[in-house]
Write a protein that binds this ligand. Sequence first.
Ligand code: C2E
Ligand code: CA
Ligand code: CA
Length: 414
Amino acid sequence: MQFSQTRHTPNPKVRSCRKLDNGVLVVDDSERHRYEIISWLNSQNISKIYEAADGASALRLIKSLPAMPDVVILDLEMPGMDGVEFLQVLEEKDLRPAIIIVTSADDILIGSVATMIEAMGFKLLGSYQKPCSRELIEEALNRYFDDLKGQGIIGDLVNTSVDYDLLKQAIQSSTICPYYQPKMDLKTGKCVGVEALARWWDPKGNPISPTDFIPLAEKFDLIDELTIALVNRILMDIEYWKLNKHNIPVSVNISPLSLKNRKFISFLINLVETNRISPKMITFEITEGRLVENLSETLANTNRLRLKNFSFSIDDFGTGFSSMEKLSLFPFTELKIDQHFVKTGLDNSKSFEMLGAFIAMGKKLGITTVAEGVENIDQLCMLKELGCDQIQGNYPGKPMSAQFLISWIIYRDD
Ligand code: C2E
Ligand code: CA
Ligand code: CA
């Protein structure tokens, strides 16, 4: 590894150490690698740094600590308990630090472990082959801070705790509203639709992430109510765009809990009909991994909606381990390839091959392929070369309000 051992001036590039309150744990059997990483972490003013030479001693150390370290920098190959087994034990104990993998394993194994880590519910900040530069670890740690920022935790923000009453009130007062992220056609470069993403800010203006409140809405049995409130707003926004001479189709995320509910589906169909919006303007996105939770009800209801001319997209495609046989049962019109493959496609040959295979499969089935999480021009070019139909991500455009979307489209088309 090419870590500087002599540098002790704090590097302004690692933006904040305030939220590494519980510190960083380095698990690696090579004393030299541990030393190099730890010297560098020290130079970044990170105060709590722990080290262990294998999984078992790391677990003993964790047991003796007041809290689980926030980030674990983990080697995969170690004598005794290896990195993968160590992660399995953490998962069993419901401990979920953010993970950085630094390993001598090959690309294919790294890719497979990365998928496993995310499937286990860990936040993977980066996975790198040794020797790994200081800049890459820095980049991975900055991802940790970006994530906290995205969740509204960094910047002296209050971490709102959401209970049933607060969520119900937010739904009923329309405090939770849709923002719209553009979908760009790769042939024309034009915006061909948007995905509605639920947004909620607490009274101090701090964002509460949908990855936090959507599962709570499901748990509190408020998800149907929330989706209907959002769809109401979306229908108004489609009308507003139409008045401004823009016909913008919208993709709506739908929970499998709502999709199995016959009465909810009837209500939804009626709502769209009463608002005189064509169902062709609406695509429902269903996460691949949760598609088969209630197979027969979900199948019946997707067929009902499809018969009414609504469209369907398999979201986060590639992460769900669904069999092709099950997927082919559903009347899908779009395949939305998960961000993971876009993020790793340029560096990891297996991800690249998978992207190509998903796109080819979409073409064979005659359905639209959309790649998510496009953050730069290189990823855009890769997907264009692979023949992907559409992209979505922060590079083409971040989620924005209904009003701002119009200015954004006009500005881009000029
Ligand atoms: P999703 O449906 O896969 O939505 C894409 C997520 O990726 C969004 O996160 C979006 O803001 C984020 N994203 C888009 N482009 C980029 C990029 O270039 N880089 C990165 N790093 N991220 C990007 P968001 O808005 O936080 O939503 C998270 C998840 O919450 C969604 O994942 C979806 O599963 C769920 N969700 C959001 N709104 C709703 C909703 O109205 N109903 C339901 N049932 N679920 C929702
Ligand atoms: Ca989605
Ligand atoms: Ca997705």
